[in-house]
Ligand binder design. Structure first.
Ligand SMILES: O=C(O)[C@H](O)[C@@H](O)[C@H](O)[C@H](O)COP(=O)(O)O
Length: 234
């Protein structure tokens, strides 16, 4: 994992967008797996300034909350539409998505896993760091899951949106598994935001543990980890 320290969020966003631009110039039809959340928002805005470069890129949604519908303003779907698909003019046929409705979970996980097996691996996978060390919704646990799966969300993850706890079953999400992440050709790992010092420290200790799924990124040969220095003390 190559670690770069950036002065602030803006610098991190610019650097991350530059890294993607370098890749799209080498291969225009990138398969781009997109995280949501605060970490990549600035990076996507930077990419939108050069949207002509991304005419052939296919975007894959990395994860989605259960319980809330896709058209809910807090869904990953709504986020991607607003921050990535519309600004970059990614057409419907270049966007791979899924629903999280309870009776379709198994089917959707299988469909996404098949997509990855047939069209993958991802050329670029964008990851953010959860406060508890999660990547996508791969939460700290005794075991991690390789495939696209339903994940029961940790308490710190649910705090993102109280609506997620409204259903009759534990709050869940669907997400790309550890194998899909680890097989990506390049990973851009964005570390920014408050309350992440413990997770950052665990990563920097270079000890690989299922209790910090992000620590597995040390085993990947091509990870650009960008750390916003303000998150080291926030
Ligand atoms: O939101 C997602 O798509 C990811 O599943 C999630 O892993 C996220 O990257 C982290 O929780 C960090 O979230 P922030 O970027 O909002 O800090």
């Amino acid at each position: 994992m190559k670690i770069s320290y950036l002065e602030n969020y803006e610098a991190l966003s610019k650097k991350a967008a530059e890294l993607v631009k370098d890749e799209v110039l080498k291969k225009s039809n990138l398969l781009f797996c997109a995280a949501t959340g605060n970490s990549p928002t600035g990076m996507y805005a930077e990419m939108a300034k050069s949207k002509a470069l991304f005419q052939n890129m296919t975007v894959v949604k990395m994860d989605e909350w259960g319980i809330i519908p896709l058209d809910h303003p807090d869904s990953c779907e709504s986020y991607l539409k607003k921050h990535l698909l519309e600004p970059l003019e990614i057409t419907e046929n270049r966007y791979i998505t899924f629903v999280t409705t309870s009776h379709l979970i198994e089917e959707e996980c299988e469909r996404m896993e098949n997509f990855i097996q047939h069209h993958g691996p991802m050329d670029i996978c964008i990851l953010g760091l959860g406060k508890n060390g999660h990547i996508a919704f791969n939460e700290p646990s005794e075991f991690l899951q390789p495939g696209f799966h339903k994940a029961i969300l940790a308490e710190s993850t649910i705090q993102h949106d109280p609506e997620l706890s409204k259903g009759s079953e534990p709050a869940y999400g669907l997400c790309l598994g550890m194998q899909g992440i680890m097989q990506s050709k390049k990973i851009i790992f964005l570390i920014t935001g408050k309350g992440k010092q413990d997770a950052i420290q665990q990563i920097l200790e270079r000890q690989i543990s299922t209790q910090c799924p992000a620590s597995f990124l040390w085993m990947h040969p091509n990870v650009e980890c960008l750390i916003d220095m303000s998150s080291l003390s926030a």
